[in-house]
Design a protein around this ligand. Structure first.
Ligand code: SF4
Length: 61
């Protein structure tokens, strides 16, 4: 069972897959703001930095 985490729905997350196939969620806010860990312990259930992914503008091209 996968526990839902805020990061999955946050515009700042990036999915990273290790060489062994494990998947990690990287927080891109960590680059600019030290209080956000690069790999936040999951699941994140509350986060001040959360911003919902804007699906209307999330084109992948
Ligand atoms: S800002 Fe918060 S919710 Fe968004 S990816 Fe980073 S830790 Fe997750």
């Amino acid at each position: 069972m996968t526990i839902p985490t805020l990061c999955e729905f946050c515009r700042y997350h990036k999915s990273v897959v290790s060489g062994k196939g494990s998947r990690f969620l990287m927080c891109q806010k960590s680059k600019d703001e030290k209080r956000y860990p690069k790999y936040p312990p999951q699941p994140v259930i509350d986060c001040e930095g959360f911003e919902k992914i804007d699906e209307a503008n999330s084109s992948t091209d």
